[in-house]
Design a protein around this ligand. Structure first.
Ligand code: ZN
Ligand code: ZN
Length: 342
């Protein structure tokens, strides 16, 4: 089968002809229909993240048809439309048994620790395959497995409740899902912080309050817009100490800030005024859980999570085209998402 693989970090991905994976009794073989090209794939290609072995087929946002299933797999069958939870965990360790499989010491990320979906077929454990309802396109299904799932996990970690106000920092793929999912969960007013003028216009068009970070400090703008109260929940998706600090500063009494964006910069907070005095919380968010995928599907089926025409771009399974998408991702995140259509 054809696959597009990382052979050498820092070099373009290469097209290869590889053997069709052989499945075990608990695995499924999936014929790819769509695989998302993620910003983290650009990091992998650049050599920012370490790989245990190379070459490796990238791609962790996977949707397609079940081609064949091992004898122990009962919840899906050949021909079924499925999407894939990207973390393969042991299912037996302390973290797995408590439902926090993202901390499984033996966890393997698809498209990083084991071959991913930049290929015609992929082998995954059956329990990583979730039925994809007819109402959801393969492209949307693929994208939902990463950015939407992580946005939902962030909102869950922030324990968002009906009627609560939300500030979202960053309106890329994650922010686009976070806005819709916050509403699906019944939130009140949503404030979205951006610097890109086109994105600010689309935020306003979606009925959220656009906060232009070019104009003034965004935490101050949010505080002013909430009559001094601050918000109940802040979701930081950019990964900078500056916006994390603003996410903490825009919280009201009992507010929770969830940090999704990655940074190694130090973050300063003033414990007494910013946390203690209002019992505010700063929460780290890592990946998402298999148990969150069914509710994500429900939101997509009911039209609460949508990817209107133009929000997902498609390319062929072609190394040059995929490398060009990764080049563009390294420069900007203007596009909501691109998927490989097989
Ligand atoms: Zn991703
Ligand atoms: Zn485990």
């Amino acid at each position: 089968m054809r696959a597009v693989r990382l052979v050498q970090p820092g070099q373009p991905l290469e097209e290869a002809d590889v053997a069709l994976p052989q499945i075990g009794p608990s695995d499924v073989l999936i014929r790819l229909a769509a695989c998302g090209i993620c910003h983290s794939d650009a990091h992998y290609r650049a050599g920012i993240s370490k790989f245990n072995s190379l070459p490796m087929t990238l791609g962790h946002e996977v949707a397609g048809h079940v081609e064949s299933a091992g004898k122990n797999v009962v919840h899906v069958a050949p021909g079924d439309r499925v999407c894939v939870h990207y973390l393969v965990s042991c299912g037996r360790c302390d973290f797995c048994s408590r439902g926090f499989e993202q901390f499984c010491p033996n966890g393997q990320m698809i498209g990083r620790h084991r071959d991913g979906g930049y290929a015609q077929f992929i082998k995954v454990p059956g329990r990583n395959a979730f039925k994809l309802p007819e109402e959801i396109s393969f492209e949307a299904g693929a994208v939902m497995m990463c950015s939407s799932a992580t946005a939902l996990h962030a909102l869950n970690k922030a324990r968002i409740k009906s009627g609560e106000s939300v500030a979202i920092f960053g309106f890329g793929g994650l922010g686009f899902s976070a806005l819709q999912l916050a509403r699906a969960l019944g939130c009140g007013e949503v404030y979205v912080v951006e610097i890109n003028q086109a994105k600010l216009a689309s935020i306003a068009a979606l009925g959220a309050v656009a906060i232009d970070a070019n104009v003034a400090d965004s935490a101050e703008q949010i505080r002013e817009a909430t009559g001094g109260k601050g918000v109940d929940v802040a979701i930081e998706l950019i990964g900078s100490a500056i916006t994390m600090r603003q996410a903490a500063q825009c919280l009201g009494v009992l507010g929770r800030a969830a940090f999704v964006g990655l940074t190694t910069e130090a973050l300063s907070v003033f414990p007494y005024p910013e946390l203690i005095n209002q019992e505010a919380e700063l929460i780290g968010v890592s990946d998402h859980l298999a148990s969150e995928i069914p509710s994500l599907m429900q939101f997509a089926c009911s039209g609460k999570l949508r990817f209107p025409p133009g929000t997902i771009h498609c390319v062929d399974l072609d190394a040059a085209k995929i490398n060009a998408v990764l080049d563009a991702l390294e420069i900007s995140t203007d596009r909501i998402r691109t998927v490989i259509k097989s």
